[in-house]
Every structure is written in structure tokens, then in C-alpha cells.
Design a protein around this ligand. Structure first.
Ligand SMILES: CC(=O)N[C@@H]([C@@H](O)[C@H](O)[C@H](O)CO)[C@@H](O)CC(=O)C(=O)O
Length: 320
């Protein structure tokens, strides 16, 4: 496999900008990249076309266009662009994997198919292997998000012998609240060959504690990574939390986590999902992210006003 720059830092799960009439809006991606690298202080971007990016609501053609645009605009600015290539149809997923390889993606991620679902580890592995083998030089990540897919096969179980079947396997985008499963994965990963990208932003500090349990060195090597939708607009604050944890200044790290939690808990009560993430991101960055695609519907004006007021009312420890 071609040596690539080490994957480290925060990874934003990107939204897919759309025009008011619901078409993908490639024209703002350059601005989006600049925003992420400057204001949000991120150097990686993922997943183009993931959950937050409404990947499964897009056509194959749209997904390819978006992937190409992110690769083009991210060149020399983003260290990594990981492309989500999961689909309900194996053939479509394979086509997207080949495309991601052809345009030079830093990695591909795949969720479990979620209409006809794999019922055990071997079925899931079979699907993942057939996708990964279409991009034999591209680092491969399993994207575990059971709340969305309904596929609850434990990652700990999936990891056993996975490299024999998927030589490009690099790790897991772990977007689940089951910290026992995550802890077991980290604990078993003695040779440190895999990375775990944790994706429940409001629980990041707890996951950090689990990752740091084995050895602080893991954290220093950024062996344990974080991705999520909130890093689109709270990336800078999350980076400050990571710095406080590494120091270690746990009281300060907790303060950041609690304040992020205060915002998320507030918006979750109002009803929070991809549509609302798009609205918050539009309001914070000034980049028109547009509406989501049906069946998702735009966030209400009331939500937008309340979320904005809440975010502005938070007094962060760095004085911002
Ligand atoms: C279900 C969901 O959308 N989860 C988000 C989180 O970042 C989530 O928005 C955040 O923790 C707030 O609840 C990410 O894990 C999604 C994600 O990684 C992706 O879009 O690729």
C-alpha cells in the first residue's frame, strides 16, 4: 500500500451542500474546505457522503461528483479525505470503491447494508471484503453506526482475523455509545495495528479515557481518533478539550465536554439530526449548506434561532 500521511486529529463528518431546489451544490465546497482548515482548525475531512453527508440519499453519480470535488478542493489543504462508499447494493458499493481509488482517496469507509441486513459476523465480513477488494491499495475502514443501520454485530467480534480477509483494513469508525465494545476492541488491539475513530461527539471524553487507559502513548500518537458532525462548527473547542486532556488537565477537559454537551442536549431536545446540523453549520460558517433531501426536511426557523442563541450564550473557558 502506498505510504500515506498518518491519520490524526479531528475529522469532520461533512454535510452535503445543496441548492434551494435540492441539487448538490459543488460551488461552495472550496469555501467549506477553507472554513474547516482555518476557522474550525481541522486538517482532515471525512466522510464525504457519510451519514451527515446524506450519502445514502444521493445518486451514485452525485456521490462521485462530490468525492471528486472534495479531492480537488482539498488538494494541498486537507491531509486526508476519506470517502464513504457504503450502499445497499454490493455492486454500487464496489463501483464507488473503484472510483474512490481512481481519484486518490486517502481511505474508504463502508457501513453495513441496512435493508437486507447481515445477521452475523461472517455475512458482514463477506460484504465488506467484496467492497474492499475493489480498491486494493486504499486503506479501508468499517463504519459502525448501529443506530442508523440496525446492524448491531459487535465490533470486538468482527475484528477477529479481519486482516486475513481484508488486507487493507485499517480500523473502525466507531459511532456507537457501547463503550464496553469499544474498550474491548482497544484492549484486544495489542499490536496497535488498528485505529478507532470515535464518533459520538458528546461522549468523546469518556472514549478518550478508555483509549488512554492502555497507554498515554496511544493518545500522543493520535492512535485514537475522533470524527463527528459537530466538529464542523465546534472543531476548535474540541481541539482545546483534546489539548487539556493530553496535558493532563481533566477539570478543563471536562468543562469543554460539559459545555458541548449542554449545547447538544439543548438541541437534541428540540429535535436534532442532519437537517439541523446543516442549519447550524450555515448559521455559524455563513456558507449556504441548503436544505436536506427528502425524507429529511429543513430545520425550522424557530430551531435555527434557538440553536444560534444557545451557542452564543455559552461562555467557553478560553474566553470565546
Ligand atoms: C448519528 C450521527 O449523525 N452521528 C454523528 C455524530 O457526530 C453526531 O451528530 C453527534 O455526536 C451529535 O449527536 C456522526 O457519528 C456521523 C458521522 O460520522 C458521519 O456522518 O459520517
Amino acid at each position: 500500500m502506498t505510504p500515506r500521511k498518518k491519520l490524526e486529529g479531528l475529522v469532520a463528518a461533512t454535510v452535503t451542500p445543496m441548492t434551494p431546489d435540492g441539487r448538490i451544490n459543488l460551488s461552495v465546497i472550496r469555501q467549506y474546505v477553507d472554513y474547516l482548515t482555518s476557522a474550525a482548525m481541522l486538517c482532515c475531512v471525512e466522510t464525504v457522503n457519510g451519514t451527515t453527508g446524506e450519502g445514502l440519499s444521493l445518486s451514485i453519480q452525485e456521490r462521485k461528483q462530490l468525492a471528486e470535488e472534495w479531492m480537488c478542493q482539498g488538494k494541498d489543504k486537507l491531509d486526508h479525505v476519506i470517502i464513504h462508499v457504503g450502499a445497499l447494493s454490493l455492486l454500487e458499493s464496489q463501483e464507488l470503491a473503484r472510483h474512490a481509488a481512481a481519484i486518490g482517496a486517502s481511505g474508504i469507509a463502508v457501513i453495513a447494508p441496512s435493508f437486507f441486513k447481515p445477521t452475523n459476523k461472517d455475512e458482514l465480513l463477506g460484504f465488506l471484503q467484496k467492497v474492499a477488494s475493489e480498491a486494493p491499495t486504499v486503506p479501508f475502514y468499517y463504519y459502525h453506526i448501529p443506530a442508523m443501520t440496525g446492524v448491531k454485530i459487535r465490533v470486538e467480534e468482527l475484528l477477529d482475523g479481519i486482516r486475513e480477509q481484508i488486507p487493507t483494513f485499517q480500523g473502525v469508525k466507531f459511532s456507537d455509545t457501547d463503550l464496553l465494545d469499544l474498550a474491548q476492541c482497544i484492549n484486544k488491539n495489542e499490536r496497535e495495528q488498528f485505529v478507532f475513530l470515535y464518533g459520538v461527539d458528546e461522549q468523546l471524553l469518556s472514549a478518550l479515557a478508555i483509549g488512554a487507559n492502555g497507554a498515554v502513548g496511544r493518545l500522543q500518537k493520535m492512535y485514537f481518533l475522533f470524527f463527528g458532525s459537530t466538529y464542523n462548527y465546534l472543531g476548535r473547542k474540541t481541539n482545546l478539550m483534546l489539548q487539556a486532556f493530553a496535558k493532563p488537565d481533566l477539570a478543563l477537559a471536562r468543562k469543554y465536554q460539559f459545555l458541548m454537551g449542554e449545547f447538544l442536549s439543548f438541541v437534541i431536545k428540540l429535535g436534532f439530526g442532519v437537517a439541523q446540523t446543516k442549519a447550524v453549520m450555515t448559521s455559524v460558517s455563513g456558507i449556504p449548506m441548503g436544505p436536506p433531501r427528502l425524507p429529511l426536511v429543513s430545520a425550522s426557523e424557530e430551531f435555527i434561532a434557538k440553536a444560534k442563541a444557545k451557542l452564543e450564550s455559552i461562555v467557553w473557558p478560553d474566553g470565546d
